[in-house]
Design a protein around this ligand. Structure first.
Ligand SMILES: Nc1ncnc2c1ncn2[C@@H]1O[C@H](COP(=O)(O)OP(=O)(O)OP(=O)(O)O)[C@@H](O)[C@H]1O
Ligand SMILES: [Mg+2]
Length: 300
């Protein structure tokens, strides 16, 4: 949902974005570097972790964990929104929704409760935020995790995917979720952030997937040891190694997000199409391995 907030004679537009993707694909790393890059560009950013693990904002706070909204509610019953907001790198507002104990309760309900708490207390307006970025766990197999899409909490969704089939499978499932709610005010898809994609057949596979599903790649992010090193130091790459090639890539991503206006309804592949598509790629890669064609993506 977009709100207009007037600040210093200037109309500010709050952009609410959700970042989805398969477990372990790089959502929190990408989101934290995006938040850090946007903050460096002068924007007021809130990163909102919607993962029960509550580790989204770690690298914005020197590797430290913050109490979650759910922890605070359990402890105190009533929570002032400001008590759940912690300052991170370059003034970024860090929030973690938290989650129920494993196997108990609904994580989606926790996300709704956490977002409502901040909205009811008009925190987004009060802090004059430019961006709220929701880092949302995994595949949309559980209706709960569709909440930021379904409830119109976020307006634009970006998905992090590599060229691995399971990551693409999860992205395709997400597209089904977006398509399902697109007519009832749900979020639309801004594009794919291709993580750990360095070129060659990896790029060709992701490019073909976005073309089949009528979407786009927002940014290619290579796998990089700089990310590993930064994470080990408890920081984003933007903070730990601001002049590195990888930091430049995260800044380019932030510029693309800044420029992004129009999100669309993706066209997910049905299970049969996805299987056929994957088999075609399997044949192509095999042909390259056997030296029958020079590069993946070429016709065989
Ligand atoms: N481009 C990259 N280069 C190198 N390492 C990366 C890159 N992207 C992510 N990683 C590493 O991959 C691991 C998983 O990343 P991350 O925690 O961001 O994934 P996630 O999708 O948020 O996972 P989860 O679903 O568990 O929340 C981390 O150790 C991170 O440093
Ligand atoms: Mg994560």
């Amino acid at each position: 949902m977009t709100r207009l907030v007037v600040k210093k004679n200037k109309v500010r537009q709050l952009k609410q974005i959700a970042i989805y993707g398969k477990g372990g694909i790089g959502k929190s790393t990408t989101t934290s570097n995006l938040s850090a890059a946007l903050a460096d560009m002068g924007y007021k950013v809130m990163q909102f972790g919607c993962d029960p693990k509550a580790d989204s904002t770690n690298t914005l706070r020197d590797g430290s964990y913050i109490p979650t909204i759910l922890d605070l509610l359990r402890e105190r019953g009533r929570v002032e929104a400001r008590e759940a907001i912690f300052e991170g790198y370059n003034g970024i507002y860090c929030v973690e929704a938290g989650g129920p104990s494993p196997g108990v309760g609904c994580a989606g309900r926790v996300i709704i409760t956490a977002v409502q708490l901040l909205k009811q207390q008009n925190i987004y307006e009060e802090l004059e935020l430019d961006y709220v970025i929701y880092d949302v766990l995994g595949d949309v197999v559980c209706g709960g995790f569709a909440v930021p899409i379904r409830e119109g909490i976020a307006k634009h969704v970006f998905t992090v995917s590599s060229s691995d089939f399971m990551a693409i499978y999860a992205a395709n499932n997400l597209f089904k979720g977006i398509q399902k709610y697109s007519n009832s005010g749900g979020a639309l898809l801004g594009g794919v952030i291709a993580n750990s994609v360095s070129g060659g057949y990896q790029k060709a596979i992701v490019d073909d997937f976005v073309s089949q599903t009528h979407t786009q790649v927002l940014q290619y992010v290579p796998r990089s040891i700089t990310v590993t090193q930064s994470e080990l130091s408890g920081k984003t790459t933007i903070e730990a190694d601001p002049t590195s090639e990888q930091a430049k890539i995260y800044r380019a991503l932030a510029k693309r997000v800044e420029a992004h206006e129009l999100s669309t309804t993706p066209k997910p592949m049905d299970p049969h199409e996805l299987r056929e598509w994957a088999s075609k790629w399997s044949d192509q890669i095999l042909a390259v391995e056997r030296g029958e064609v020079r590069s993946a993506g070429a016709q065989i």
